[in-house]
Design a protein around this ligand. Structure first.
Ligand SMILES: Cc1ncc(COP(=O)(O)O)c(C=O)c1O
Length: 402
């Protein structure tokens, strides 16, 4: 099937990195498109010329666009979005703001990102909440019916990752959301690996809080993360840190700002914020309805190709699967394979046990080679990756690209 609205030529012409590398580490950080590079470079140059505060005054519109663009992407209002400097910080701030007490039950998906899981373990130590891992089905997906059976009035928070860091599965976040919403349980979704890759609509998911990352499939700058806070629950959340942008002065005192702004302080990397807005607008200009089916098709074909390679095991699960493929090569350390691929001009990544500590430990995995493609990858690039991997798996050293 052809992509009627998609032009690979245009996507690649917009992406300077494709002239230098086969980039299959989009789950780490996507290659930035030229409009993002241009907008950020221009702002840094403006800062150097006129002063950073003065540049921010001149670029007010571009800086403010980040909230509007993320809101459009997630189908919410701009005042329901806080822009922060990482998803980990956004997730941690969200968690710390939820009123939890000793004895409350907190449920978490087994494929939760390592830092998130650690924040929860820390919460167990600090507050004495009870942390329980959500049951999964034979595809590794959160088992919604089993979750429903375990819910009671002590469950105060459900945290799920939409797409994990090390696997292609897509959790049924909307079905979990319906359960949480019906019982008034606070629901926090980590969408770092899904935003920019597949449609993420907070109204459809029915979450109270959702965290995203700028640098991955959105192809924005590093050091950018965002937090969606459903307007109706914002008033009940108490962020652990407040700053000038997160409060409103009242006569002689202050109150927390309305909406998601209470999670923001003041200082920001203006160039990064501009870059985030441009990256989201760029993603919206293609439309997730165009790029997501293409990603799915490419990933499906690549999985098929890899499954036929001798010595290569595709490890990921799920029913509908996405751009990240976790695999191992028999008798080869993942880091060694990654190194040889890199020598051949192909970027991949290694996920260690700490990436999704609960899941990896349970499955007895200490490492996985992660291959994560994007819509701008070409069929030739994927063939080159497959044949290089095949050569490595059967003991041949691939040609080194200099
Ligand atoms: C699923 C998931 N959640 C959260 C994060 C953390 O994002 P950040 O590094 O911006 O804090 C990552 C990063 O890889 C991730 O893959």
């Amino acid at each position: 099937m052809s992509d009627v609205n998609f032009s690979l030529v245009r996507a690649r012409a917009d992406t300077p990195g494709v002239n230098h590398v086969v980039h299959l580490n989009n789950a780490g950080a996507g290659l930035a498109p030229q409009p993002v590079v241009d907008a950020m470079t221009a702002h840094l140059e403006l800062e150097a010329r006129v002063g950073a505060y003065e540049a921010a005054e001149l670029a007010e519109e571009g800086i403010a666009r980040a909230h509007g663009a993320v809101a459009e992407l997630l189908n919410c209002a701009p005042d329901e979005v806080a822009i922060l400097d990482s998803a980990t910080r956004a997730w941690g701030m969200a968690l710390a703001s939820v009123p939890l007490r000793e004895g409350d039950r907190v449920l978490v998906s087994p494929v939760e990102y390592g830092s998130n899981h650690l924040s929860l373990l820390h919460l167990v130590d600090r507050l004495g909440v009870s942390l329980e891992v959500l049951p999964v089905d034979e595809f590794g997906l959160v088992d919604v019916e089993a979750v429903e059976r375990t819910l009671d009035e002590r469950v105060k928070l459900i945290a799920t990752v939409h797409v994990p860091m090390h696997d292609g599965l897509i959790n049924p976040v909307a079905e979990i959301g319906a359960l949480a919403r019906a019982r008034g349980i606070t629901y926090l979704v980590d969408a770092c690996q899904s935003v920019g890759q597949l449609p993420v609509d907070v109204a459809v998911i029915g979450c109270d809080l959702l965290v995203g990352c700028g640098r991955k499939f959105l192809r924005g700058p590093r050091g950018t993360g965002f937090l969606y806070v459903r307007r109706e629950i914002a008033e009940h959340l108490d962020p652990p840190i407040v700053g000038l942008d997160g409060i409103e002065w009242t006569s002689g005192s202050y109150r927390l700002a309305r909406g998601a702004r209470r999670f923001e302080t003041w200082e920001t990397n203006a160039a990064a914020r501009i870059g985030l807005g441009v990256a989201v607008d760029y993603a919206l200009s293609w439309g997730l309805g165009t790029t997501w089916p293409r990603i799915q098709r490419m990933a499906r074909d690549l999985r098929k190709q890899l499954a036929d390679l001798p010595g290569v095991q595709v490890r990921d699960r799920g029913l509908e699967r996405c751009a990240s493929i976790g695999l191992s090569v028999e008798g080869r350390a993942a880091q060694w394979v990654r190194g040889r691929l890199k020598d051949a001009g192909i970027n991949t990544w290694v996920c260690l046990e700490n990436a999704a500590c609960h899941d990896m430990r349970q499955r007895g995995l200490t490492e996985l080679l992660r291959v994560s493609l994007h819509y701008y990858n070409s069929p030739d690039e994927l063939d080159r990756f497959s044949s290089t991997l095949e050569a490595l798996a059967v003991g041949k050293h691939p040609q080194v690209i200099t």
